[in-house]
Design a protein around this ligand. Structure first.
Ligand SMILES: Nc1ncnc2c1ncn2[C@@H]1O[C@H](COP(=O)(O)OP(=O)(O)O)[C@@H](O)[C@H]1O
Ligand SMILES: [Mg+2]
Length: 392
């Protein structure tokens, strides 16, 4: 029997629109015989809306359609289940409350992919697809991620990191530190954004100051690392649960400039603009499989699996690598990758529908494994305790 699958998407991040495209693609490909799809759209303001029209990309194109074709929802836990309660208005007057059996988050970026929405699911005690809170959070912060990689002997570029507050207070010492430890050219990045937002290259002190000033308007924590030139980027997805995982084929994105930009990623590709607009990450100009030899492919796929395991991932993630000549560095992880990386599994004969089934099964497997652990003690200290400030 089909179960109720809540697809939670959108969210309060700079990648809001990209997440809509990824989610609509997924909702169109999910097996309708296995799942009753319940779209839950998280607006930029943080409202949650539902309505069948949310599975159609055209709903998002005309202003006003969202308001007229959706209704706000709230969630409560009742009788051990997560219940979605729609606001009764307009065509939704007779809409009943719905139990959500399993959640599938398709959000990208800050306040969503970083463990935030996973925290909501954990608090509501509902099983969900994809990485858990800690792997999501560790994957989102580029500095924390680098540290975890380094401690697992996985190659990453060294960086200098500082807060935007400290930058404003003491530019000179930060610039001196970067010049001493890294030199030029460098790349400046916000620690926790995505889609190339706030990223810039600097070849001298004046440019460095300008790029950091710019990045500091986007995020409270920044990093600076050596700029690789000439740069090749290779991406590889991994699907599974912890050490039980399978890498995809590798891709090489094609850049229009030195830095793979937001528009390269989402607005390019395909001659027909309206078609490409709805293709998300799948529309990026790319070479699949990446034109690298078998040994390099294997090296990258093996590293991708090690990254997945080191972070404790679940579902599908995409790991992005940088090639400096023959040397491979792990650049970053996307724990909810654009278009869920379906286009990297298709060349392996895995249909998007099957990949989605696999991601959901991985979430269920993690839930089953977790249920084998005991999370509570029967003793109730409130029954017989004195309430002094003893212990903690
Ligand atoms: N060390 C580097 N040297 C050269 N180019 C880089 C470097 N790091 C990132 N870039 C360029 O900037 C782009 C965005 O950086 P990335 O770390 O992937 O951040 P985001 O999370 O925004 O995707 C990369 O796709 C690449 O084109
Ligand atoms: Mg990137």
């Amino acid at each position: 029997m089909a179960f109720n699958l809540g697809v939670f998407f959108g969210g309060r991040s700079v990648e809001h629109e990209v997440a809509i495209i990824s989610a609509v693609q997924a909702m169109q490909n999910l097996d309708k015989e296995k799942y009753n799809i319940i779209p839950v759209y998280l607006t930029k303001k943080g409202e949650m809306l539902t309505g069948d029209a949310l599975t159609d990309i055209n709903t998002y194109k005309k202003s006003g359609d969202i308001a007229s074709k959706t209704t706000p929802v709230t969630f409560v836990r009742k009788d051990g289940k997560l219940v979605m309660i729609p606001e009764k208005k307009g065509v939704f007057k007779s809409k009943k409350s719905t139990v959500i059996d399993f959640a599938f988050p398709i959000v990208h970026g800050t306040f969503c992919e970083d463990g935030t929405i996973q925290g909501f699911f954990e608090t509501m005690a509902i099983p969900y697809a994809g990485c858990d809170i800690i792997s999501s959070a560790n994957g989102m912060d580029k500095v924390v991620f680098k540290n975890i990689m380094a401690s697992n002997n996985i190659p990453v570029l060294d960086c200098v990191t500082f807060t935007s507050r400290k930058w404003v207070a003491d530019k000179d010492s930060i610039v001196a530190d970067i010049e001493a430890k890294i030199g030029y050219p460098v790349i400046v990045k916000p620690a926790n954004l995505g889609s190339s937002v706030g990223i810039g290259k600097a070849s001298n002190k004046a440019e460095l100051i300008a790029k950091i000033d710019d990045a500091a308007t986007f995020a409270p924590k920044l990093l600076v690392e050596r700029a690789i030139a000439p740069l090749r980027e290779i991406n590889c997805a991994v699907v599974g649960v912890n050490d039980d995982c399978t890498p995809s084929v590798c891709e090489e994105p094609v850049m229009s400039d030195e830095i793979l930009s937001y528009s390269d990623k989402y607005l390019s590709g395909g001659k027909n603009k309206s078609k490409s607009e709805s293709q998300g990450m799948a529309s990026l100009s790319r070479m699949i499989p990446a034109p690298i030899d078998d040994a390099k492919t294997k090296e990258i796929q093996d590293l991708a699996k090690r990254v997945f395991e080191a972070l404790g991932c679940c579902g599908v993630v995409r790991i992005d690598f940088i090639l400096d000549g023959e040397t491979v560095y792990v650049n970053e992880i996307n724990t909810i990758p654009g278009s869920l990386s379906f286009y990297l599994y298709e060349p392996m004969g895995i249909k998007y529908k099957e990949l989605l089934d696999c991601i959901i099964e991985c979430g269920m497997k993690r839930e089953r494994e977790r249920n084998n652990y005991s999370f509570s003690y029967d003793t109730n200290i409130l029954e017989n305790g004195s309430f002094g400030a003893k212990g903690k």
